[in-house]
Write a protein of this length. Structure first.
Length: 188
């Protein structure tokens, strides 16, 4: 398993939901809707925050399988040296650890529609793809650049991060103790 600072996948999932047109609210508004949601059926509100509560999920694996049969990676470390992580994973799985996969191509990078209401309308009424089909292929990258803000510039506001740190704090501390791993960086 790969574990990541739980605030980050929450924000990433929010951006994904925006980009596919499932919502048009701010991140804070979405977090508040998730907290007020008392229906536990699958939706954009559930499980949203719950996915980042790792300790119970990890404990289930540790209770069922011997520790030496479980490999845990840390997202922040894995992305720093992806080839080393993959070589270790291939060795753990007893597959060719000499295999080198191409990790140079990035997909599913962060993006956010520039005009939330217009984007939501086009997606909701299934107009986005028919309109896109009218655009010549050579212009698609320019259209995408005009329609979306992308990349590392999309950062969570500090008050939202602090809110999520508070929400996940107890679970992060449990996970840290369970795995004997310093996760204090997730609490900053």
């Amino acid at each position: 398993m790969i574990l990541r600072d739980p605030a980050e996948p929450a924000f990433s999932q929010y951006l994904h939901q925006l980009s596919v047109g499932l919502m048009r609210s701010s991140f804070r508004e979405h977090l508040e809707k998730c907290l007020r949601n008392d229906r536990k059926r699958l939706s954009i509100f559930h499980p949203f925050l719950e996915v980042g509560l790792y300790s119970a999920q990890v404990k289930r694996y540790l209770d069922l399988f011997p520790r030496e049969r479980i490999r845990i990676y840390w997202y922040e470390d894995a992305w720093r040296d992806m080839p080393a992580m993959l070589a270790d994973l291939f060795e753990f799985l007893a597959v060719d650890s000499g295999f080198r996969s191409d990790t140079s191509r990035k997909s599913l990078e962060r993006r956010r529609p520039r005009w939330l209401s217009a984007h939501h309308f086009l997606k909701k009424f299934r107009l986005w793809y028919p309109l896109r089909a009218l655009v010549p292929d050579a212009l698609i990258p320019r259209l995408r650049a005009a329609a979306f803000r992308q990349g590392k510039s999309l950062k969570m506001d500090r008050p939202d991060r602090e809110f999520l740190i508070g929400y996940y704090r107890e679970d992060i501390l449990k996970l840290s103790a369970m795995l004997d791993r310093d996760l204090s960086a997730w609490l900053m």
